[in-house]
Design a protein. Structure first.
Length: 81
């Protein structure tokens, strides 16, 4: 699944991060992230950049829902073993 511009925007906002903060975590130019966020569908970024963004969000506790947005991973009920 390729991350969408909408997911990038929503995940960043959910975390309360600035463009500069996300750019630093993902090691992607701020301008590339801003451009990607301006497109709701699949943005014109390199596949590797999309993977880095997805990894950063997952490590920060944000899950991507294919075609539907984002969710805080901590919010998902987990069964007790």
């Amino acid at each position: 699944m390729m991350i969408t511009g909408r997911q990038i925007r929503e995940a960043r906002q959910m975390l309360g991060w600035s463009l500069a903060t996300l750019a630093a975590h993902a090691e992607i130019p701020e301008v590339a992230i801003a451009r990607a966020e301006g497109i709701d569908d699949t943005p014109g970024i390199m596949l590797e950049q999309g993977r880095r963004l997805q990894t950063v969000f997952e490590q920060a506790g944000i899950g991507l829902i294919e075609g539907a947005g984002v969710i805080r991973v901590e919010a998902i009920p987990r069964p007790v073993p």
